[in-house]
Design a protein around this ligand. Structure first.
Ligand code: NAD
Length: 391
């Protein structure tokens, strides 16, 4: 099949298998080229097929030679429908890892469910005994509870409505958008989906099954960002869920069973989930421009490689005062934020070319789905069926 991008709203409904493979390969090559600290050796990554989770898995495998077990929620190809990008990324990662003699297995299904937790724990016990690191990198729109109740997360403010600039990426126009406040029920639901309850459930289940080392480390990801995004993010419904995630980290560590839990506050980047947040894509386009100009731009793989090789290693965790790892240190640096603020106050539909890196935003968006990869001919037929072993 000849596979072209079909974008609907914030997602692309097609993905290119060879493009995804080339992009996974370029991330592996990046990690191989970097210095390696002493890291974790048996790593479970929950949400390992895209974005920060995929980059965490690649870093663990190629910085430390770690055995990795991934949990994904993806779809294989079906007839003329391509597989999801996460499926192709995982198939490619496993192919490279196996060729390089690394243990890599993946479980495809709903990470929130008991069934998937049991399946993962069985594999750990059979194949690697215990894990020494758990990365929790889910970004999900909804969570189904054991009794069938479904909670959906929302990206709204808390308290008052908030108006600021946003970009329509279909036609690159800037306009004002007003984001309405979430109801109490919506806030509760967002915390259920994106807060720490399920992370805690995973750690409890691993501990109860004796499938996690006594000195294991677990990390989940969060975002803070500058003030212009606070009503939408840090102080919004998703921020309430992230507060809960942070409290969960403390609770896991305070359980005093040797397991240490951390929140890593990561940089704003184009991923499937961030593309859906109002206001944030315009901020990211400006941020990309500034960080590229100042020579401090990073993608997911650079962030995760720096995290696991410098700030969260086997013997060391560098945290700020409330005990968070700050991978957003370069994003939040004064010279970056001053430049972003100036451009934000001036930006309009007339000066997008000079004030934002829209090409960089679009390029990264298409790359999420395997398009825009170097060396791939998108006009030739490609086999869209790819296998993930044991899935
Ligand atoms: P992403 O959309 O790129 O990846 C999310 C992953 O979760 C995918 O692999 C997806 O398959 C998996 N997933 C979703 N629902 C699942 C389910 N029910 N069961 C199993 N797997 C499931 O997201 P991302 O941007 O990499 O986000 C990961 C984490 O990083 C989130 O906590 C997010 O808030 C945080 N974060 C993101 C940014 C950013 O700018 N993108 C910045 C800081 C922190």
């Amino acid at each position: 099949m000849i596979v072209k991008p079909k974008v609907r709203g914030f997602i692309c409904t097609t993905a290119h298998p060879d493009g995804c493979k080339a992009i996974v390969k370029s991330q592996i090559d990046y990690v191989k080229s970097q210095p390696h600290a002493e890291g974790f050796k048996k790593v479970l990554v929950i949400g390992s097929s895209m974005g920060y989770g995929l980059a965490s898995r690649i870093t663990a495998a190629y910085s430390f030679g770690a055995a990795t077990l991934g949990v994904i929620f993806d779809k294989p190809a079906n007839g003329s429908r391509t597989a999801s990008a996460g499926w192709y990324n995982t198939a490619a990662f496993e192919e490279f890892a196996h060729a390089d003699g690394l243990y890599a297995k993946t479980v495809n299904g709903d990470a929130y469910s008991k069934e998937i937790k049991d399946k993962v724990i069985d594999i750990i016990k059979k194949d690697i005994g215990k894990v020494d690191m758990v990365v929790y990198s889910l970004a999900a729109p909804r969570r189904t509870m054991p009794d069938g109740t479904v909670y959906s997360s929302v990206l709204k403010t808390v308290g008052e409505a908030y108006t600021n600039k946003t970009i329509d990426l279909k036609n690159n126009t800037v306009s004002d958008i007003t984001v309405e406040p979430a109801s109490e029920d919506e806030i509760t639901a967002t915390i259920k989906v994106m807060g720490g309850e399920d992370w805690q459930d995973w750690i409890n289940a691993l501990k109860a099954a004796d499938a996690i080392e006594e000195n294991a480390v677990t990390v989940a990801y969060s975002y803070i960002g500058p003030e212009i995004t606070h009503p939408m993010y840090a102080d919004g419904s998703i921020g309430k869920a992230k507060d809960h995630l942070f409290e969960t980290a403390k609770a896991i560590t305070n359980a005093n069973n040797g397991i240490k839990a951390y929140i890593s506050v990561n940089k704003a980047l184009v991923t499937q989930s961030s593309a859906a947040i109002p206001i944030v894509p315009l901020y990211i386009s400006i941020l990309y421009k500034v960080m590229k100009e100042q020579g401090v731009h990073e993608g997911c793989i650079e962030q995760m490689c720096r995290l696991f090789n410098t700030k969260l290693t086997k013997n060391n965790a560098q945290t700020d005062e409330p005990c968070r790892i700050r991978m957003d240190d370069w994003e939040m640096g004064e010279s970056v934020q001053n430049a972003v603020n100036k451009l934000w106050s001036e930006i309009s539909g007339d000066n997008l070319d000079t004030h934002a890196d829209l090409d960089g935003y679009h390029e990264d968006f298409y790359r999420l789905f395997g398009f825009n990869a170097d060396g791939i001919d998108y006009d030739i037929d490609v086999d869209i069926d790819r296998n993930i072993e044991n899935v």
